[in-house]
Design a protein around this ligand. Structure first.
Ligand SMILES: NC(=O)c1ccc[n+]([C@@H]2O[C@H](COP(=O)([O-])OP(=O)(O)OC[C@H]3O[C@@H](n4cnc5c(N)ncnc54)[C@H](OP(=O)(O)O)[C@@H]3O)[C@@H](O)[C@H]2O)c1
Length: 294
């Protein structure tokens, strides 16, 4: 049986991870770099790249994250907290030929470091020296803001480079409805494999506003994604006594209320029902003959 958790992640992350690979193809690159790569999205991208034979350099910030991706079959994982990070990244870029990076972090020096390492990897096979650097275009797309600080670029990578923003919906417009449909079809076909998501907790919409919950999911930590279920904690609607329709708990109360009659005359003093989805109260709540509300 399909559950809510199977459907929640049908859209943004599955389409975005596929969008990265499609952008690579459209813009004539041969492999990818991804930052914060142990994220929910990063794990999807890792699976897509393995399945499609696309080179991927995963950048993470801890040993645990590197182990997690390697256990899922990742070939190139560089830990930015390791002293050898720049050398490791250059090696992985030389091995894959990646000249396109998707950066979820945004703030700090990482985008510039990626461009520097790309240039160093490209120059390993340069036939001649140019004071303007290599002619190969290197691109970083910032697609998230996990670090909200300024993006610091130390330009040491020639003149053929770009840093820009990337967003799913403009990309979907760029590939048109037929292209977008292809991506959606893959999501449906691989919803329980490539695009399966893990949730550490399911909370209601109201719980999502509680400070103690915000303190946890606001960290955006690896493997700590919350599933917000707007219907959590709501009672299933009960059947009405009359038409057998399913009404809200309030409407059910209203129907029971309508059965009350004046104790003296037996006359119906109040009647409630549903009209066009709205609870309507007819007659008076006070008996017109004895003015009783009992
Ligand atoms: N542009 C678009 O159209 C688009 C579409 C979809 C998603 N996104 C973006 O994609 C990113 C990933 O989304 P997700 O749902 O997959 O995230 P997620 O599962 O919540 O994972 C977030 C990851 O980022 C790491 N992280 C958090 N802050 C960091 C920082 N300052 N520096 C380095 N790593 C950091 C976490 O590692 P730790 O455990 O070490 O904290 C974790 O691995 C988000 O930024 C989201 O906004 C953008």
């Amino acid at each position: 049986m399909w559950k809510l958790a199977s459907f929640d992640a049908c859209f943004v992350n599955p389409l975005t991870s596929q969008g990265m690979v499609e952008t690579m193809r459209l813009e004539d690159h041969q492999a990818l770099v991804h930052t914060a790569a142990a994220s929910n999205l990063g794990q999807m991208l890792n699976k897509i790249c393995i399945a499609d034979g696309v080179g991927l350099v995963n950048i993470v910030r801890s040993r645990q994250q590197a182990d997690l991706l390697k256990a899922q079959g990742a070939r190139h994982v560089c830990d930015s907290s390791a002293p050898s990070f720049m050398q490791d990244l250059t090696e992985a870029l030389a091995a894959t030929g990646a000249t396109l990076a998707f950066d979820a972090i945004g703030g700090g020096k990482l985008a510039g470091q990626i461009l520097s390492c790309m240039e160093a990897a490209i120059n390993r096979t340069a036939k001649e020296y140019s004071r303007y650097g290599s002619a190969t275009h290197k691109q970083v797309y910032i697609y998230g803001g996990l670090d909200t600080g300024p993006t610091i670029i130390n330009r040491g990578f020639g003149m053929a480079w770009g840093v820009g923003g990337w967003l799913l919906w403009p990309f979907m417009q760029r590939i048109g409805s037929a292209g977008a449909q292809k991506l959606r079809e893959r999501v449906v076909a691989e919803l329980k494999t490539t695009f399966a998501s893990h949730y550490s907790k399911e909370i209601s919409l109201a719980q999502a506003l509680e400070p103690e919950e915000i303190a946890v999911y606001g960290k955006r930590a690896t493997g700590a994604k919350y599933l917000i279920n707007p219907n959590k904690g709501k009672q299933a609607p009960a059947a009405t006594p009359s038409a057998g329709r399913r009404l809200s708990p309030h409407a059910q109360f209203a129907f029971e209320f309508a059965r009350r009659r004046c104790k003296g005359t037996g006359r119906l003093i109040e009647e409630c029902g549903q009209e066009n989805g709205l609870t309507t109260r007819r007659l008076s709540s006070v008996c017109p003959c004895c003015m009783s509300s009992e």
